[in-house]
Design a protein around this ligand. Structure first.
Ligand code: MN
Ligand code: MN
Length: 305
């Protein structure tokens, strides 16, 4: 947290390595995600593959089904499986020494979703064609919005892409998925961005669900309870401010009830951030595609291709 991204040959190499690993793991995920598969096993296998390839997860593997747009990861003992005829988003992050790659793909297990996927993937391709130093982020949003609308769908207006810095997944600049007159920011050279259009056949915005399976350390507070203290120590040491899953703490305490209660208390005392599951407001299916780009002075490299 708070470490400024310095793009040198060495840090560029780490961003590229994270990107190559993310790309390989995404291809692996596309093979194991299928109707009937347990979401718990998918998340664990994706995260294990990231480590096998030489990276570390930059956040828990997100598997979001149908109207769930983002932030679903398996919880401890999660029995849920990929439903038949579903639309499944796989969003994964890899870091190498804190240098992050963030990428997502959506798999349609019913051909009725194919066109929505084409709309959103085309929007991402168009955005990647124009991203360069100096372009307004609102211009990128305008291109995403018009591409998705041309297919008869809506972009999700309250989800956006983001700038990335070392150990900082959302480092301040947002890349809107609609033409946003209020975002005056421009793409800066020597910066890293994740571009991630979301599209839907629904009303086009998400609301927070009740479930929370992902957290991150917000500040190091003094706590009395032994379990809370052990959680803070563990996540500080292992994740350095990056998001983590409830599931990743399963060896700290045997009772899930106790773990979740402690996590909720740490959210209340503002020591942890929490990321509720995000659901399309009209409960219609959502598609997402995402790549990470390294914007240099004279070239733009998509690290997760
Ligand atoms: Mn992502
Ligand atoms: Mn992202």
């Amino acid at each position: 947290m708070g470490l400024k991204t310095l793009l040198t040959d060495e840090t560029i190499d780490k961003y590229l390595r994270a990107g190559r690993i993310a790309s390989r793991v995404k291809k692996y995920a596309m093979k194991i995600v299928k109707p009937g598969a347990r979401i718990y096993d998918i998340c664990e296998n994706v995260e294990r593959k990231i480590v096998e390839e030489g990276g570390l997860p930059a956040f828990p593997c997100n598997i979001s089904v149908n109207e769930v747009a983002a932030h679903y990861t398996a919880y401890i003992s999660d029995p849920s499986t990929i439903p038949d005829r579903s639309l499944v988003k796989v969003d994964l992050g890899v870091h190498v020494d804190g240098y992050i790659a963030d990428t997502a793909v959506t798999l349609a297990f019913d051909p009725k979703y194919d066109e929505l996927n084409i709309a959103v993937e085309t929007a991402l391709e168009r955005a990647l064609e124009v991203v360069r130093p100096g372009i307004r982020v609102s211009k990128i949003g305008e291109i995403i919005e018009s591409t998705i609308k041309a297919y008869g769908y809506k972009p999700i207006k309250n989800l956006s892409g983001h700038s990335i810095e070392r150990y900082n997944l959302h480092s301040g600049v947002s890349i809107p998925n609609v033409k946003d007159f209020f975002s005056l920011s421009r793409i800066k050279p020597n910066s890293v961005y994740a571009i991630e259009p979301f599209g839907t056949s629904g009303v086009g915005y998400v609301v927070e669900g009740k479930e929370v399976y992902i957290y991150s350390l917000r500040r190091e507070g003094k706590v009395k309870a032994d379990l809370a203290r052990r959680i803070i120590e563990e996540v500080k040491k292992k994740y350095n401010g990056l998001p983590f899953a409830e599931r990743w703490l399963r060896n700290i305490v045997h009772s899930r009830v106790e773990l979740v209660k402690t996590l909720k208390n740490l959210v209340k005392s503002k020591i942890l951030n929490y990321y509720p599951v995000l659901v399309e407001a009209s409960a219609n299916p959502v598609s997402q595609f995402e790549h990470t780009v390294l914007v240099l002075e004279k070239e733009v490299v998509v690290t997760t291709l």
